[in-house]
Design a protein around this ligand. Structure first.
Ligand SMILES: Nc1nc2c(c(=O)[nH]1)N[C@H]1C(S)=C(S)[C@@H](COP(=O)(O)OP(=O)(O)OC[C@H]3O[C@@H](n4cnc5c(=O)[nH]c(N)nc54)[C@H](O)[C@@H]3O)O[C@H]1N2
Ligand SMILES: Nc1nc2c(c(=O)[nH]1)N[C@H]1C(S)=C(S)[C@@H](COP(=O)(O)OP(=O)(O)OC[C@H]3O[C@@H](n4cnc5c(=O)[nH]c(N)nc54)[C@H](O)[C@@H]3O)O[C@H]1N2
Ligand code: SF4
Ligand SMILES: [Mo]
Length: 690
């Protein structure tokens, strides 16, 4: 008998960044063997992938995958566990959570959802938290685009990316600030370079000369944390020289006079003193931007991860609104989403003050609307704790238990030593992941989850594009999809209003009913339409909305708002003891806390170890040569790595990719409104390792 292996090509969504690339995984007899480069018509990447996407299948069958539920037997952090059955694990979780709720109330428990899992799974996680009785539900968007959501809601009434990527191809100027697509979203870079080929100008603002900056027509290399001064000065020039879109501003925006008043003092000369960018270059950038006729603005973590993150977003929105670069072809605001489902996790309401569909928990009418759809009378009315606030509450003994699904805060939250202390202090911790992470080391119970290609569901990319991802293979051992685990836990907790869900499709149908923006995005349509559907999509025969704000803004009067903001320095500035500024960023070959890319040989070979960039002048001053082992020290911790001596960073600034644990150094000071920590600026010193 001849046995022929069965080959299958399964369409999936890339499990890493929020750009939303489509790819096919090739599987023989249900065993994934690699990625097939084949374009799906209408998909965002046309078959192209970056090094991570190309290796996406390579960690699925890694020996380190979690296969059985685990119970901690050693000290917290020690890493000693024993295997237990699913029923034991669920029993223990339910008993402990019920006890803690009874003794301290539901707000003594915190839940973290995940931008790595599907919409259906995130929807269930926030529903579980709220029916349990708390709004202590959050996720990594807090560490990412929370200022964008808060700032854009105030400015234009909605926090999402306004336009499809094809608008980049139709524009005349692209302004990229605090965003390095050449490393973070390599496939976006193709759009930018194609636009440049057509004659569009590229302006890049970043404290580091990044690989994106190499392609800039104008590069504004400015001091970390001085974004508002730079953006205000550009807006000052545009108003001073009458270069703004007067018709758009008078018809569609309110607050021009107040903005002009605040901007009066932000002359390019004044901004030069704060930012270090020559006044003449600020003038040139402002003129190039404002006179282009059509422009797009792209930003990400360099703009948001500051104690002034919300102000920074307001300043960039002011600039875009002044020029009328929103709501029409070749224009748009592109706050580039990070993780493959961070947009979806926000849409599903995995935020401490936001219910599904961007209803505020404090809005009694909207809250009751969701409650009645879930078959309960009301839901908790007070905003809950955010990611970093949960860690503080845990150290203070106010938060007693946490349930963390698909996040690794020991590596990804600021001030690692504090996070470790917080997790140690908890009475009970559940971690649900695909690997035994540094965070899982502190867990009482670890639950093994199925990874992206081992389950089905929908992901929402940065463009508001919702796409279905199909199952390639079975999960290892006894691992189960997150949605199934949550369904069982909700049932065992006997939560009023909980349903037993039979499949991701079943959950998406409930989402269709609860999230107005997703009303017409049904499982049947998504499975047929592989290129996805853009929200808002109000009905099943609606094609989806590619561009927002064409006629009016979703504000009560239909108009956008200028939000004048003043420059404020970062929370921690260099001084005699800590004379350098440390900033943290990402590199193309690795993803976050390395749980996945750190296990892919093709990536670890090319990007093997931790380093810190340092300018030759500083290197000389501290007696450091390229490749030396050094220790970076801040008020919070020490970090050993190799020195990379390079002019990519200016004197006085050192830059560390954070994947290898640089958060032992970072500052957990928060933006007062968005509660994002200041990952991008803190004071440090460096010493050569003897
Ligand atoms: N390869 C790879 N790609 C990823 C990820 C990954 O881990 N690896 N993560 C994904 C996620 S979740 C996200 S959120 C995105 C993030 O994508 P990006 O925002 O591009 O990521 P970063 O490299 O953290 O920060 C961007 C830039 O901000 C600059 N910067 C530092 N300080 C300042 C400042 O004060 N002001 C300004 N304006 N800029 C500053 C840094 O020098 C850096 O070049 O990437 C996504 N894509
Ligand atoms: N210093 C510094 N720190 C930063 C940043 C920075 O720029 N500088 N950026 C911040 C940003 S923008 C972000 S988004 C955060 C990211 O922070 P995290 O979300 O904590 O980072 P990840 O490493 O992506 O963690 C995701 C976890 O999910 C697990 N996982 C993957 N797939 C699945 C699944 O299907 N199910 C389950 N249950 N688990 C799964 C992975 O193994 C991993 O442990 O980090 C933040 N931290
Ligand atoms: S650009 Fe992002 S979505 Fe595309 S292959 Fe790379 S990591 Fe995946
Ligand atoms: Mo992110």
């Amino acid at each position: 008998m001849i046995y022929l292996m069965q080959e299958r090509l399964v369409p999936v969504v890339c499990p890493f960044c929020g750009f939303g690339c489509r790819l096919y995984i090739k599987a023989y007899d249900g065993v994934p063997v690699g990625v097939e480069y084949m374009a799906i018509p209408g998909s965002v990447n046309e078959g192209k992938l970056c090094p991570k996407g190309a290796a996406a299948a390579d960690f699925l069958r890694h020996v380190d995958r979690l296969r059985k539920p685990l119970k901690r037997v050693g000290e917290k952090g020690e890493g000693k566990f024993k295997e237990i059955s699913w029923s034991e694990a669920i029993n223990e979780i339910v008993t402990r959570l019920k006890e803690i709720k009874k003794q301290y109330g539901p707000d003594a428990v915190g839940f973290l959802a995940s931008a790595r899992v599907t919409n259906e799974e995130n929807y269930l996680m926030q529903k579980l938290a709220r029916l349990f009785g708390t709004n202590n539900i959050d996720h990594c968007a807090r560490l990412c685009h929370a200022p964008t959501v808060v700032g854009l809601l105030k400015a234009v009434g909605a926090g999402a990316q306004t336009s499809p990527y094809e608008d980049i191809l139709k524009t005349n100027v692209i302004f990229v600030i605090g965003y390095n697509p050449a490393e973070s979203h390599p496939v976006v870079m193709r759009y930018i370079l194609k636009a440049k080929d057509r004659g569009a100008k590229l302006i890049v603002a970043d404290p580091r000369r990044t690989r994106t900056a190499w392609f800039a027509d104008i590069f504004l290399q400015f001091k970390p944390g001085t974004d508002v001064a730079l953006l205000n000065a550009m807006a000052h020039v545009i108003i001073r020289d009458g270069l703004y879109d007067k018709e758009f501003v008078s018809r569609r925006v309110v607050g021009f006079e107040e903005l002009a008043n605040v901007l009066r003092k932000y002359t390019p000369e004044y901004a030069e003193k704060i930012t270090g960018v020559p006044a003449s270059l600020i003038e040139e950038a402002a003129r190039t931007f404002a006179t282009a006729g059509k422009g797009v603005i792209m930003w990400a973590m360099g703009l948001t991860q500051h104690t002034t993150g919300t102000d920074n977003v307001a300043a960039i929105a002011n600039l875009g609104l002044l020029c009328g670069y929103v709501g029409r072809e070749g224009c748009g605001f592109f706050p580039m989403r990070g993780q493959n489902n961070v947009q979806g996790a926000c849409d599903m309401g995995c935020l401490s003050s936001i219910l599904p569909g961007y209803r505020r928990v404090t809005d009694a009418e909207k809250r009751k609307e969701v409650a009645s759809l879930w078959g309960v009378e009301d839901l908790p009315p007070e905003p809950g704790l955010t990611v970093v606030e949960m860690m503080h509450a845990a150290t203070e003994g106010k938060l007693k238990a946490m349930y963390i699904m698909g996040e690794n805060p020991v590596i990804s939250d600021p001030n690692t030593n504090h996070v470790r202390e917080a997790l140690k202090k908890l009475d009970f911790l559940v971690v649900q992941d695909i690997f035994l992470t540094d965070t899982a080391m502190y867990a009482d119970i670890v639950l093994p989850a199925a990874a992206w290609a081992e389950k089905e569901g929908s992901f929402t990319a940065s463009e508001r594009r919702v796409q279905w991802t199909f199952k390639v293979c079975d999960p290892p051992g006894e691992a189960k999809p997150d949605w199934l685990i949550l369904t069982e836990i909700g049932k065992a907790l006997e939560l009023p209003g909980w349903r037993t869900y039979s499949s991701p499709e079943d959950i998406l149908r409930e989402i269709n009913a609860v999230v107005p923006q997703y009303r017409g995005i049904t499982p049947e349509r998504l499975k047929k339409q592989l290129e996805g559907i853009y929200w808002p999509c109000p009905s099943e025969d609606h094609p989806g909305t590619r561009r927002l704000h064409e006629e009016r803004f979703p504000t009560p009067d239909g108009k956008a708002r200028f939000i004048p903001v003043e420059y404020k320095p970062p929370a921690e500035l260099p001084d005699e003891e800590y004379p350098l500024i440390l900033t943290t960023y990402r590199i193309v070959g690795h993803y976050h806390s390395l749980t996945m890319t750190g296990r892919i040989p093709s990536l670890t070979k090319r990007w093997p170890e931790a380093y810190v960039e340092i300018n030759p002048r500083d290197a000389e001053r501290y007696g450091i040569k390229d490749g030396d082992r050094i220790v970076v020290i801040t008020r919070r911790g020490q970090y050993e790595c190799r020195a990379k001596v390079t002019t990519a960073v200016p004197p006085g600034v050192v830059g560390a990719p954070w994947h290898w644990g640089a958060n032992v150094l970072t500052n957990d000071a928060l933006d007062p409104e968005a509660k994002i920590p200041e990952f991008k600026v803190c004071a440090c010193k460096i010493v050569k390792k003897e």
